[in-house]
Design a protein around this ligand. Structure first.
Ligand SMILES: CC(C)(COP(=O)(O)OP(=O)(O)OC[C@H]1O[C@@H](n2cnc3c(N)ncnc32)[C@H](O)[C@@H]1OP(=O)(O)O)[C@@H](O)C(=O)NCCC(=O)NCCS
Length: 334
């Protein structure tokens, strides 16, 4: 019998502090109207001082464990997709493991905004091969720590948060297929130039603000709308499905216009491409599990629904996962 990995629990967390477009109008030369029409974002959350990525991850993980009914002691593997780890090392996964009181192996996966899909791939493969029974897969980022709040072209986009799923071995699918991609020739399109081994932070580099995110927005936009429809179709083909079988596409929340273009190119109605970007902004690796949890707790998922979780980001990297939803339906929000 084929062994599958299925989502048996889900949870997410957003920090309390809200940063609205009106707040940003006070910080840089921008307007609510520009941000809303160009990105779809109205507000985003900012991690509190002293609140690091592992803290966001732990909140989401607790909720996912609770939703699954699985005891932490039964988790065999903890993986966090993140590109804003607490430290270079130890990993945020090791820190979260201790805070959650778990005893399993723990590691971070760094694939920028595609981090959750890469982490899902690693955990699902471990379960399918029999190396693990249950895994906690988290996407968590406090990317606003790396945002230049003097650069209007990037600071309006990002927010902080975390989302988590519990994956478990199952006779029924689950995660039906995952397609991953990377193209390092596009590395310079989206990067944090200083602070790593290539260019350790020096007073000169800090004065040039090179410790912050640099992005060629137009090129990243074109890359996203090119790779995502293709990767989605590839992942669908790998699991024997077509676009018509999909109930929902749950994309990385980077820009509403990117999501609209993806819908168009997949010939899907935009209402089937789930969006919560208005209130979250781009939360990087957290965005897909956060959106999935919103969709689920909003009462819009039923067992048997077929979903495409699709992400893209720095690297450049991208990924698409086809998932059969197996959790019981929840009542819709009032
Ligand atoms: C960043 C992004 C929103 C910019 O939107 P755009 O429609 O491409 O806008 P442009 O970059 O062409 O800029 C248009 C104008 O708006 C200006 N502008 C940029 N940011 C602005 C802001 N926050 N407020 C007001 N004006 C702004 C630019 O300076 C430019 O002015 P100019 O025409 O006088 O030079 C868009 O390119 C995008 O979302 N790209 C993808 C980014 C992404 O997803 N990154 C994360 C990937 S994981």
């Amino acid at each position: 019998m084929t062994r599958h990995a299925a989502i048996v629990g889900i949870g997410s967390y957003l920090p309390e502090r809200v940063l609205t477009n009106a707040d940003l109008e006070q910080m840089v030369d921008t307007s609510d109207e520009w941000i809303v029409t160009r990105t779809g974002i109205r507000e985003r959350r900012i991690a509190a001082a002293g609140q690091a990525t592992s803290d966001l991850a732990v909140e989401a993980a607790r909720r996912a464990l609770e939703s699954s009914g699985v005891d932490g002691s039964a988790i065999d593997m903890l993986v966090i997709g993140t590109s804003s780890p607490d430290y270079i090392f130890p990993s945020s996964a090791a820190l979260a493991q201790a805070k959650l009181g778990l005893a399993c192996p723990a590691f971070d996966v760094m694939a920028a905004c595609t981090g959750f899909i890469y982490a899902l791939h690693a955990a699902a493969a471990a379960i399918e091969s029999g190396r693990a029974e249950r895994a906690l897969v988290i996407g968590a980022d406090a990317l606003t720590r790396h945002v230049d709040f003097e650069d209007r072209s990037t600071c309006v986009l990002f927010g902080d948060g975390a989302g988590a799923v519990v994956l478990a071995a199952s006779e029924e699918p689950g995660v039906e297929s995952i397609v991953l991609g990377a193209d390092g020739t596009g590395a310079e399109m989206l990067q944090i130039p200083a602070g790593g081994s290539a260019a350790p932070a020096t007073p000169e580099l800090l004065a040039e603000r090179q410790q912050y995110i640099r992005m060629n927005g137009n090129e990243v936009f074109k890359f996203a709308v090119r790779v995502i429809p293709t990767a989605t179709r590839e992942a669908l083909a790998a699991s024997g499905h077509t676009v018509n079988d999909l109930e929902w596409v749950v994309p990385h929340q980077a820009n509403q216009r990117i999501m609209a273009t993806i819908a168009q190119r997949l010939h899907m109605p935009e209402e089937r491409v789930f969006s919560n970007i208005e209130t979250t902004g781009n939360t990087s690796a957290a965005s897909i599990p956060l959106a999935l949890d919103d969709l689920y707790t909003g009462g819009r998922l039923e067992p048997g629904n077929l979903l495409a979780l699709v992400g893209f980001g720095a690297g450049l990297t991208w990924g698409a996962a086809i998932v059969r939803w197996t959790l019981p339906a929840l009542p819709g929000r009032a």
